[in-house]
Design a protein around this ligand. Structure first.
Ligand code: DOR
Ligand code: ZN
Length: 440
């Protein structure tokens, strides 16, 4: 007798860890039950995916959904809706909220809230502060925590630990991989006086220069080696760091942002002004080329969006009053599919960077690959679809994207989370079913 499935994905090319191959996927009780040539008669629902590619559910390991926070900016219900519209099944959400996620009580609140309102699955970062260092070892192994996040240089919000002695204390508290914002705070502060309000937006990349990022990373690596504590360096933005980090693969892993793989200076500041300002900055073409070389040679482990939904009004302010950060969770996968079509990487490498990579670095349970027994999370994409990205389709109340007017080839046509179709052809379906993710 044929096996029974709740859902059968039929006729697609599947992107397995070992390569791309045509296969049907049978789903039962939210998990992958069978892979191969399967009998459609044995399924409650059949999704004919002929002509499409099925990726393992894409994870955006770096978003700022701002919950809890000021109600005038985006919160988890909208951010996660943008995620599933963009083909993302899981996000890891950052702790620099108001108040920040830095203790057991705020973490418990967020875990419960996610289960109520999120459209996608979610891992939760806990912010490291000087005050919570004694609690970090227990916080990092609390349920649904993807990692401790440390801002070693200042960005949006007050979370920061900038000095070596405190950073070392953080590294000696616990064992899991810590995620770092790496820019040297002392150099940032020292250079601030070189600029004035109203200077060109391109000043952002001069102020937060290559050495700010590189020095920050050298300091973190020295401490990580001394303590043996693994470090995931978020949004690596310079050729120098990418070269340097190759000698630290025993303790270091690397995230690069889709923004740094898609835009460069001075073009981005000339076209977009404050709408191109983020930390660390978008830099010149040399760093863009280095980022792609690091994708090609395996230096990069994960890709994130650093989705930060600042308001239009804020971004229209003169530099440096305009806040740093760009929305991106909804456009990250489409832009990367376009890069695949342009020949910059393979779909198999994309799945490695955007699903397997985050699952491996953060230790997400049963996520990140199409394999029997794993969660039935799929990003179903049409590699031939052409689509013009516009501000109007961005669900974030920020109401804009730095990619307005960009035409891409390759588009997510369905998002499936634990066997449930949550997006199809640009429509979200049903009600929010997102859950907090489990970690090893
Ligand atoms: O540009 C940024 N914006 N970089 C960060 O590290 C934080 C983010 C935000 O939260 O706005
Ligand atoms: Zn960020």
């Amino acid at each position: 007798m044929a096996e029974r499935f709740d859902l059968l994905l039929r006729g697609a090319v599947c992107v397995f860890p070992w390569g791309e191959a045509p296969a049907d996927i049978g789903v039962r009780h939210g998990r992958i039950a069978a892979i191969g040539s399967l009998d459609a008669g044995a399924a409650e629902t059949v999704f004919n995916a002929t002509g499409l590619h099925v990726l393992p559910g894409v994870i955006d390991p770096h978003v700022h959904f701002r919950d809890p926070g000021d109600a005038t900016i985006e919160t988890i219900p909208l951010g996660s809706k943008g995620a599933v519209l963009g083909g993302i099944t899981t996000v890891f959400d950052m702790p620099n909220t108001t108040p920040p996620i830095t203790d057991a009580a705020s973490l418990a609140w967020k875990r419960a809230y996610v289960s109520e309102v999120s459209w996608c699955d979610m891992g939760i970062y806990v912010g490291g502060t000087r005050d919570n260092i004694p609690d970090l070892a227990s916080l990092e192994v609390a349920e649904n925590v993807c990692a401790i996040k440390v801002f070693a240089g200042s960005s949006t919000g007050p979370l920061m630990i900038e000095d070596d002695p405190s950073l070392e204390r953080v590294m000696r508290a616990g064992r899991r991989t810590i995620a770092y914002h790496s820019e040297d705070e002392y150099r940032l502060q020292a250079r601030k006086g070189m600029f004035k309000s109203g200077d060109p937006y391109a000043s952002h990349a001069e102020w937060r220069d290559v050495e700010c990022a590189f020095l920050g990373t050298r300091r973190l690596m020295a401490l990580a080696r001394a303590t043996g504590r693994p470090a995931h360096i978020l949004h690596v933005s310079t050729a120098e760091e990418l070269e340097y980090l190759k000698d630290y693969r025993d303790i270091a892993s690397v995230e690069v942002l889709v923004n740094h793989l898609t835009q460069w200076a001075p073009d981005v500041y000339e076209r977009l002004g404050g709408f191109g300002v983020m930390n660390p900055p978008i830099r010149d073409k040399r760093h863009y080329d280095a980022a792609w070389a690091a994708i090609a040679d395996g230096t990069v482990d994960t890709i994130g969006s650093d989705h930060a939904p600042h308001s239009k009004a804020g971004k229209l302010k003169p530099w440096p009053e305009c806040p740093a950060g760009l929305p991106g969770v909804q456009t990250m996968l489409p832009l990367m599919l376009d890069h695949v079509n342009a020949g910059r990487l393979s779909l198999t490498r994309l799945a490695d960077l955007m699903a397997a990579g985050p699952a491996r670095i953060y230790g997400a349970v049963a996520k990140g690959r199409i394999a029997a027994g794993y969660d039935a999370d799929f990003s179903v994409v049409d590699m031939k679809a052409r689509h013009m990205i516009t501000n109007a389709e961005i669900v974030s109340p920020s109401g804009w994207t730095p990619f307005d007017g960009t035409e891409v080839i390759g588009w997510p046509t369905a998002t499936i989370i634990r066997g449930q179709m949550v997006m199809r052809e640009g429509e979200v379906l049903g009600s929010p079913i997102g859950r907090p993710v489990r970690f090893r």
